[in-house]
Design a protein around this ligand. Structure first.
Ligand code: BTN
Length: 252
C-alpha cells in the first residue's frame, strides 16, 4: 500500500494501488481509455509481472523491492515535435530526486536511462497520445531500482546496492513525485531552456571522446548534445552527425 504524497499539488493525488499487475503503463492506458483520469493519476504496483521497456524490451523487477509506476500527464501545451522535452523533464526530475537521496555519480544516458555510478538504476518509458499536432495524454512509466540487491546483468544497480543501506519506498516515491511535478510545471510555464540546459549538464559522456558503433561503423566521437527531435548529436571526423536510437550504440 502507498499513501498519497502530501507535498504535491496534483501528482499522485489520484492513486491506484494494485497488489499485482502486468504493466502499469498498459493498465493506466486502458483505464484512461475507458474513463478519462485526472492529470497526475498514478498507478503503482509492488509486483509488475510483464513490465515493458523501451524498444519492445521487458522490464523485470523483484516484487516488493523497487518502484514500478505510471503517471498520467496531459501536456497539451507541447507540440508533437516537442515531445522529447517531456522525456528530458522526466529524466532531470529523476536526477534531482536521486541527487537528494544518495551520494554518487548520477548521469542521464541518452535518451533517458538513469545511471548511478555508471550502472542503470532507472528506466523510463513514455507513451504519448497525440491530438492533431499537439500532445494529448502521456503515460510516464518509471522503473526505479530501490532495494533490490541482485541483478541478472552486471550493468544494473539499485539505490541500496550503491548506498549500502535500504530506502523507504514510500519516502522515495514522495520525493520523486515532488520532483516530477516541479519539472513538469517548469515545462508548463515554457521554461524549456532551463530543462534542456539541466539535461545537457548531466548527459552521460557529453564533451568526452568515446567509441561508438554508428550506422554499422566503429567511430570515435564526442557527444555534443541532442537536437529538438531528440536525436543524439555527435562530433566525429570534424563534423557533427545526428543519430536516432536505432542508429548508434555506445562502446565502453
Ligand atoms: C527502459 O527500457 O529502460 C524503460 C523501462 C520502463 C519500466 C517501467 S516500470 C513501470 C512502467 N510500466 C511498464 O510496463 N514499464 C514502465
Amino acid at each position: 500500500m502507498y499513501k498519497i504524497p502530501a507535498s504535491t499539488l496534483f501528482v499522485g493525488k489520484n492513486l491506484h494501488f494494485l497488489p499485482e499487475c502486468a504493466s502499469t503503463n498498459t493498465y493506466l492506458m486502458d483505464l484512461s481509455r475507458r474513463q478519462p483520469q485526472p492529470e497526475g493519476t498514478l498507478v503503482i504496483t509492488p509486483n509488475q509481472t510483464a513490465g515493458r521497456g523501451q524498444r519492445t524490451t521487458s522490464w523485470v523487477s523483484e516484487p516488493g523491492q523497487n518502484l514500478t509506476f505510471s503517471l498520467a500527464l496531459k501536456p497539451r501545451f507541447l507540440q508533437a515535435q516537442q515531445q522529447f522535452l517531456l522525456s528530458q523533464a522526466v529524466a532531470v526530475a529523476l536526477y534531482d530526486c536521486l541527487q537528494s537521496l544518495i551520494h554518487g555519480l548520477i548521469r542521464v544516458k541518452w535518451p533517458n536511462d538513469i545511471l548511478l555510478n555508471g550502472k542503470k538504476v532507472c528506466g523510463i518509458l513514455i507513451e504519448n497520445q497525440l491530438a492533431g499536432s499537439q500532445l494529448e495524454t502521456s503515460v510516464v512509466g518509471i522503473g526505479l531500482n530501490v532495494n533490490q540487491q541482485h541483478f541478472p546483468i552486471p550493468t544494473a544497480t539499485s539505490l541500496a546496492a550503491e548506498a549500502g543501506q535500504e530506502f523507504d519506498l514510500q519516502r522515495v516515491l514522495n520525493v520523486l513525485c515532488t520532483h516530477l511535478e516541479a519539472r513538469y510545471l517548469q515545462l508548463k510555464k515554457m521554461a524549456f531552456e532551463a530543462v534542456v540546459n539541466d539535461y545537457l549538464r548531466v548527459l552521460h559522456w557529453r564533451n568526452e571522446a568515446h567509441f561508438f558503433i554508428a550506422k554499422g561503423q566503429h567511430i570515435a566521437g564526442t557527444i555534443l548534445g541532442v537536437d529538438e527531435a531528440g536525436r543524439l548529436m555527435v562530433e566525429t571526423s570534424g563534423r557533427t552527425e545526428v543519430f536516432d536510437l536505432k542508429e548508434i550504440t555506445y562502446l565502453a
